[in-house]
Write a protein of this length. Structure first.
Length: 248
């Protein structure tokens, strides 16, 4: 069942979303050669707690960290570690907050110093595919209009859409109905209504769309070892169109 949020609930989700946005902005500023994702994880958790929130991912299903940190060919759910980041890499960071009884969830992919042209194009295409998807989050549309917008933007530019992981509803639970793929024909699925809140999150690969899970049981990597990018926002559908809740 898709839960429609009241005005009061949306206000609490805005508050949670602002914390997420501020922490991701802080982490983005810190990402540079020599920094470790373990340091970023610690910073994210400490800052979240200072805001009075709780890191949404730590302990969720047994996940051991506050931050998902996925460099290069890591697609999602990567474990932070103490390896210094190197120039030319990319790092996807996904962070969620539980605050005032509601969740916020967002992700960005950040170049570490200068990156090659293909990597820069992958990151920008993924970022723009999220914008294309959000633009379809309007009352009266269909859920798959959002999905199709990602695929229609990404594939003509030579990249591929991950199938195994999808976006989701969000609110009192981190993962609510509906599931939201990043591919598919438009005009399908539930009708979009004001009060719906969705975590829209394209995960885009430079090579083939397939992924595999590492021995830790969490980290997803590309099958061919090529790079992957990930962007996400928590979005509310309103009478006036989409409202991004995880933006400063």
């Amino acid at each position: 069942m898709i839960v429609l949020k009241s005005a009061a609930e949306l206000e609490k989700m805005r508050a949670a979303g602002r914390i997420v946005a501020e922490i991701l902005a802080l982490l983005e500023q810190r990402i540079k050669p020599g920094v470790t994702s373990a340091e970023l994880d610690q910073l994210a958790e400490q800052t979240c707690l200072r805001h009075g929130g709780k890191p949404a991912f730590k302990g969720y299903g047994g996940f051991p960290y506050a931050l998902c940190a996925s460099p290069n060919d890591r697609v999602v759910h990567g474990f932070p570690d103490r390896r210094p980041l190197e120039a030319g890499e990319i790092l996807s960071i996904d962070f969620g907050v539980f605050y005032l009884g509601y969740y916020g969830d967002a992700a960005i992919t950040v170049p570490v110093g200068q990156v090659d042209e293909t990597t820069a194009k992958l990151v920008e295409t993924t970022r723009q595919s999220l914008a294309q998807a959000i633009a379809k989050a309007v009352p009266g549309g269909r859920l798959s209009d959002i999905s199709h917008a990602v695929q229609a933007w990404v594939e003509p530019r030579g990249f591929s859409v991950v199938r195994e992981f999808v976006g989701h509803g969000i609110g009192r639970q981190l993962h609510e109905a509906p599931q939201l793929p990043n591919f598919g024909a438009p005009g399908q699925g539930p009708r979009l209504k004001p009060g719906m809140t969705l975590a829209i999150e394209p995960m885009i690969n430079a090579g083939v769309p397939g992924v595999r899970i590492l021995e830790d049981g969490w980290t997803a990597v590309t099958q061919d070892g090529k790079r992957s990018a990930h962007f996400e926002h928590t979005v509310a559908i309103t009478e006036h169109g989409p409202e991004i809740l995880t933006r400063v």
